[in-house]
Design a protein around this ligand. Sequence first.
Ligand code: CP
Length: 304
Amino acid sequence: VNHLLGIKYLKEEDIQLIFETADHFKEVINRPIKKVPSLRDITIANLFFENSTRTKLSFELAEKRLSADVINFSSAQSSVKKGETLIDTVNNILSMKVDMVVMRHPNPGAGVFLSKHVKASIVNAGDGAHEHPTQALLDSYSIREKLGDVRGKKVVIVGDILHSRVALSNIFALQLQGAEVMVCGPKTLIPKYIQELGVKVETNLHKALNWCDVANMLRVQNERMDISYFPSTREYTQQFGVTKDLLDSLDKEITIMHPGPINRGVEISSDVADSKQSIILDQVQNGVAVRMAVIYLLASKIKQ
Ligand code: CP
């Protein structure tokens, strides 16, 4: 398949191949010359229909370090505002001899939809509350780097599970690699189907943190809520915010992750975000190597 639309379409061996390829690129980008000529004949369009800092810049950097030609599109400054459809927009861009599309879109399934209507390799950079596959890949890669292996590890995903594409992609990726997964958050922010996925559910943060090896803290996605799911930010922080005091009260030292953007003092205190237990910036750094691997592997299929 010439696309990365979601983790649910991958097998464990696909993830291992991406990680082995990312290991090589991580070594490359630590050299004085951070660039390889692998994709000199490939053109990639980054289409962002929703805001992004990490994913957008990380994809662009990954593409440039592979020597691909790169064009960037942001819907806010585009002719989408004049009524042009997604398929027309993408087909116009592809007519300029573009080989691959990296797309973030607010609608779940936008990447799958596009893959059925245009002739290009599609990489999902986040589609609504559905999937964010490269985030889950870089998260697992970072766990593997920190703890040696993902298999057998206990990972709790804390926060707004209902609106989180990071949560769903992480659940699929972690289970595929043999990790145990728990979600923790207010009942109103945990979707009913979650237990059918074989995921444990816990509403007490202290218990969840005492169970896990790794806690992946999520932001409450107020922009995706059309009704009030939880009384107040202050109450959320009291019950589900991770603090240094809470970490110090646990039986063991756990690893703290966050996909970003973080809301300091809400789901994570500054002293935890900036502590030695946090691998938040390692995740961001690994994102470039992991995205280089994804793009390189997909491009090698285009070239065949
Ligand atoms: N983690 C993540 O997707 O961050 P951005 O929204 O800034 O890309």
